[in-house]
Write a protein that binds this ligand. Structure first.
Ligand SMILES: [Zn+2]
Length: 297
């Protein structure tokens, strides 16, 4: 036992890289190549290996291509990944508001998928506001079918700020809204949104990392001013204290970030093992019980 960390789960992770008592459901992963970036664990087998060695039992995923390139080609790529590993991957269908005349078709195409549990929205990538009318048909559909919707969110963004999440949370009470990156940089507002809306969740991708996002060329591009440094130590404790461990889900942006880095941040946060289990798998399990994956023949 590590004398500085009495957690039995942390002990398991330190010893073997995973814990049988704490499987991981990663609610934010991507699939396939990313133009202009070398991602060492992107190839299928390497991704499987990296997920398995951290005890990830389910990975909710969308292809990079669907978000950043050809949405139809990219969604088909996600479908292929799900078909290839139906016990591991669950799909997020991407809708792109920049093709508003295709929105309705994209939504009906969703009904012809297998193993999808909801939508992934990237308002900042598509430079279209989350609370704008072009997203409404997808969010209405998600509300009607009680889907999971993972949204890229960023503090201070004109497109997907936590304040805009609150607006859609108000409109669509049946959608499980996952705030990707927990509105990075404006954690206080995100935590309030997760506390105030039963169906809004904080998703941890890159929350625990110390990055200078002002250096990124696109996407997560709204410059974030963190109070004193780029470090966000203590953020998981802050979320648990103010929003509760029931409102936080595990995520990595895999293959960008390692599930072990994220697991380490959770295992070494000053929270108890029950809270760690909530974050690593229980909350996601609860969400997956609400939504039946698509099952077109
Ligand atoms: Zn992502």
């Amino acid at each position: 036992m590590n004398p500085t960390n009495p957690s039995a789960l942390a002990h398991d992770f330190m010893q073997q890289g995973y814990s049988d008592d704490c499987p991981i459901i990663d609610t934010h992963t991507h699939y396939g190549p990313y133009q202009g970036a070398y991602l060492p664990v992107m190839p299928h087998e390497k991704m499987l290996h990296a997920l398995k060695r951290a005890g990830v039992t389910k990975a909710l995923c969308s292809s990079h291509e669907a978000i950043l390139g050809d949405v139809d080609f990219g969604n088909a790529m996600t479908q292929q990944a799900v078909d290839r590993e139906p016990d591991l991957f669950l799909g997020y269908w991407v809708v792109n508001p920049r093709y508003s005349d295709a929105m309705q078709r994209l939504i009906s195409d969703y009904e012809n998928t297998r193993g999808f549990v909801g939508f992934k929205l990237g308002p900042e990538y598509h430079t279209y506001p989350l609370d704008g009318p072009r997203y409404a048909p997808a969010l209405e559909y998600a509300n009607e079918h009680r889907l999971i919707v993972l949204i890229h969110t960023w503090g201070g963004s004109a497109f997907d700020s936590p304040q805009q999440v609150a607006t859609v949370a108000e409109r669509y009470p049946e959608v499980a809204l996952l705030m990707g990156h927990s509105g990075f940089g404006d954690f206080e507002t995100s935590v309030r949104v997760a506390r105030d809306y039963e169906h809004a969740y904080l998703e941890l991708t890159c929350v625990y990392s110390a990055h200078d996002f002002s250096m990124l060329p696109a996407g997560s591009s709204t410059p974030v001013q963190l109070a004193s440094s780029l470090h966000v130590n203590g953020i998981i404790e802050y979320m648990v204290e103010h929003a509760s461990s029931n409102k936080i889900v595990f995520g990595t942006d895999m293959p960008w970030y390692s599930p072990h880095f994220a697991a380490g941040a959770i295992m070494f946060a000053r929270i108890d093992d029950e809270a760690r289990k909530d974050i690593c798998y229980r909350n996601a399990e609860g969400l997956l019980e609400r939504v039946r994956p698509t099952s077109a023949a």
